[in-house]
Ligand binder design. Sequence first.
Ligand code: MN
Length: 239
Amino acid sequence: MKYIHLSVLLIFANIFLNKTITNSKNSIIMTHTNNETVYTLPALTYSYNALEPHFDQMTMEIHHTKHHQAYVTNLNAAIKDTEMSMMSLEELMKNISRFPVAVRNNGGGHYNHDLFWKILSPDGGGAPSGELASAINSTFGSFDQFKEAFSTAAKTRFGSGWAWLSIDENGQLFISSTANQDNPLMDVVEKRGTPLLGLDVWEHAYYLKFQNRRPDYIDTFWHIINWEEVEKRYLALKK
Ligand code: MN
C-alpha cells in the first residue's frame, strides 16, 4: 500500500515537473525569436594578399574563411535557443565562467579574430601617436620597451594563445597573454581589462609561411599594425 502511494505521488510529481520544464522552455524559446543573435563572419576591409610580404595570402585566406568561420559556426550552435543568444558577445565574455566551454572557446575565437583583423592594415606599422603614444611611454618607458615586452609575452606563451595590450578599469595599460581563445575580458583570466591590440600566436596564424619560427612572425607583425584603430579604442576607454 505504501509503495502504491509513493508511485502515484511520483507520477504526479513527474507530470508537474515536466509541465513546468516544458512551459519554461517554451517561454524562453518564444522570447528568443525576436532577440536572438546569430553571428556572422565579418568581411575584411582589405584583400587577402594586402598584408604581403608580412602575412601571406594563403594564411590570411584560410585563417579568415576556415578558422574564424568555424568559431562563428560553432558559437552559433552553442548558444542557439538559450539565454546566451540574447546577450552581447562582451557580456558573454565578462561572465564566461558561467557558460559552457564551447562558448568560451568559440565566443573567444570570434571576439579575438574580429579584433585581430581590425588592428591590421596594409598601411599600418610605424609607431602610435598622440595620447596613446604618451600612455605607452609613461607605462612602459618607451615604445621600444613596449615592443620588447609585448614580443616577449607573445614568444613565451606556451602552446596556442594570444598576446595583448589592454586597458584596465582604472585606465591603465597592461600587457598580458592568454591561452587558447581566452582574452582579457573573460572572468577567468589573471588580469582583466579590455583588449586594444592582440596578436594571435596559434600555429595556424603563421605556420605556412614561418613554420616553427614564431619570433619571425612576431617581428613582422609590427609592420602591419593599424595604430589608428588601436588609438581609437584607447581614446574611447581611457579615463
Ligand atoms: Mn587564429
